[in-house]
Design a protein around this ligand. Sequence first.
Ligand SMILES: Cc1ncc(COP(=O)(O)O)c(C=O)c1O
Length: 471
Amino acid sequence: MTRPHYLRIADALRHTLAAGALRPGERMVSARKLAEREQVSLPTALEALRCLEADGLIVARPRSGYFVRPLTAASALRPARTPPRPVPVTMSALAQSLFSSAEARLIPLGAALPDPAWLPAATLQRALQSAGRRLQGHGLTYSMPPGRLDLRAQIAARAAHWGARFGPHELVVTAGATQAVRLALRAVCKPGDVVAIERPAYFGTLLMLEDLGLKALEVATDPVDGLLLEPLAHAIARYRPAAVLASPTVQNPLGASMPVERKQALVALLEHAGIPLIEDDVYGDLAGEAQRPPACKAFDSSGNVLYCSSVSKTLAPGWRIGWIAAGRFQPQVLQARLAGDWAGSPLLEAAVSEVLASGDYDRHLRRLKSRVHASVQAVTARVEASFPSRTRVAAPRAGFLLWVQLPHQVDALEVHRQALAMGIGLSPGPLFSPQADLRSHLRLNCANEPTPRLLGAVGQIGQLCHALCTA
Ligand SMILES: Cc1ncc(COP(=O)(O)O)c(C=O)c1O
């Protein structure tokens, strides 16, 4: 079979880049010129450029075309591979001091939330009304664990598209992914146990470990390829954690996703070691083009993966609809759900089920992903233009979070303090490590319209960093 034109052209472009014909940051040939030169259609030329973009070799800038990935990008941000050791998590005081009650009024570069204007409010309203009519008074009672069957059937059917092998009966509906992960930890760990996590890790996870009296074992995580298996294997051999808790698809804060073969290898490694994997897939639906990549759960044949997700990052964070497919730990999870915060809302569960069933969710996702992509590009370009030159950015392939490494003399907590005084939200690096280090990092939320005001705020953060560099 002949190789499609776009793949042939993409190969040739890769060779050109590998030969160093263009320097980082330089503009790539435009799609139009490429089409002329290669005598192919414009869509074919564009497809070739998108292949390079998917490889992380080039980046798109709105209305300017493609550029060779600047040196400030992920390749320069490789994680330190210092051997990990388990540590108690001590960051709740810091987290409390940083969460501002004014968050809702800040320029929203802080919390990892999509712009409310990007959520399908009319669709959700319609679903709520229709579910209300269908359920009548029953909509107001308790939804008993494991949660409504119509919702569980929709979740299982969607997951089957990316290869998951669980059915509705293996799912428990939860109050967001947060409760799902908490139930998973309760099911497989006891106080004092060690849990291997990514470095950097989502601070909600860290707060939960602290609350449950669990120790954190940070494992080096690559800004592009996610959790690194070699250091994980060493950490397992040395400390034998009770569980590994990770987000292999679109990690928070890095935006990294493990390649499919590595996900498979991770599942095999942990199955062999008899250590459960708690997979937090809350951003998974934001990955991929037409079809999202498989989660680790797709490769789980023994029930060793406790798969957790929600609609919080794509549909309705405040509705608190999440779920867990806990594999062989299902009885323990169900028991913990019953014993704890035991009932859900039938009305909201039925409404989400309708949105998933209607096809509206997929239409909304396509739009959301393209908005997110454009906004991440715009914020990245503004960071590159306005932050000190030794700043590094982990350019995410999916999701809406930007992890920024500042020059070492800039203290992210001070940047956060001064930005807050200017009405700008951001998440400082110490939030993402159990020891509250990572002081020269920060995370920017890009899930908002890149208005002049928003991009202006990014520029102001850049100025703060410049000032702190020279202070
Ligand atoms: C990695 C990760 N997991 C879980 C959550 C919380 O999800 P939910 O709102 O569904 O509880 C978040 C929210 O920021 C997150 O980033």
